[in-house]
Design a protein around this ligand. Sequence first.
Ligand code: ADP
Ligand code: MG
Length: 384
Amino acid sequence: MKLDATDLRYVTSDEFRVLTAASVEMGSKNHEVVPLSLIVQISGLRSGGVNKLIGSLAKRNLISKVQNSKYEGYRLTYGGYDYLAMRALSKRDTMTSVGNQIGVGKESDIYIVANAEGDEMVLKIHRLGRVSFRSIKTKRDYLGKRKSASWMYMSRLSAQKEWAFMKVLHEHGFPIPKPIDQARHCILMEFIDAYPLRQISEVPSPGKLYSTLMDLIVRFAQAGLIHGDFNEFNILIRQETGEPVVIDFPQMVSTSHENAEWYFNRDVECIRTFFKRRFRYESKMYPRFKSTLSEGGAGFRLDVVVEASGFSKKDMRALEEYMEATKEEEENDNNSEDESEESEEESDLAEEEDEREETSTAENIVPKTRLSQPEINEPPLPGD
Ligand code: ADP
Ligand code: MG
């Protein structure tokens, strides 16, 4: 769907009430389908009127009628939910226009947007459940009491978690994009003029970049955190200075997490593997979890700060279970592709080099589709 925040003016305030009514129910109770009667009740409008409003919202694909239900029901579409979030951001004047889409991840869409002053920013729209809703339905037991995890609820949780972590990381001087605003399943943040490390074929000093990245992993850990997806897709290299900027935080975990050491080792191993393959750079020096923690902390525990900021352990756990469930499904789906990984890596690089000659504008800083991520199941234990 083409996003256009200027369209927001063409949603009347009554239509907005109807959309919001549908979102309240879907968001808080994890219902996929909201009965018409409930929309009428929550919106506080007359039922005849609501029928008409729903018709016009459905025509614009913001809401859709769900067939085969015992009652007349509707659900908000991704478009409808996007609308609500962008309306909130534009009401607060943090964002006034939407530009090009620069990224499509499995679990997000990334747009360049701007405020009234014309400053460019990045809008990250979280889209959990886009790929694997099927698997979630079959994994309800695994998800415990949460009988159905709606994409809307999970997407919002994911954005709220990322926002909470970005705030504290930025406040403590970590090299990440400045977080600007958050609404529903969206995050507004500083635009970084950079290429993902994935697209970089040469750096002046691989050794220096390697140790900067390992130092970052250590800094995270000494502040109580593990990135959890610290790889060449989520490390941006600034065009001007070559400095790394880290992005993508919905999977961050605390160093007190039961599998903390495993996550830590996986982050370290992602960097080691990538540097070996891409830059033929290898070092005996890499951080070990236990010694990193025993060297002493940063003097603050950001995992604790985040919890205190309102993103609860319960929410964290719900999101984690959901992500684990979808990951499992993905791994099963991808198993047949694993064999040719090494040769794929080589040809990706060749393609990227071709592409980069033509793509120097900001619109093109990322490929349209995300390339498959390296899978490291069992990182060697420290000292192996
Ligand atoms: P996902 O969870 O889908 O991987 P990411 O946060 O990693 O989402 O963003 C996807 C891509 O969008 C990144 O690889 C990067 O190229 C681009 N991107 C994300 N945030 C920014 C930003 N603040 N500035 C510039 N590019 C960004
Ligand atoms: Mg990413």
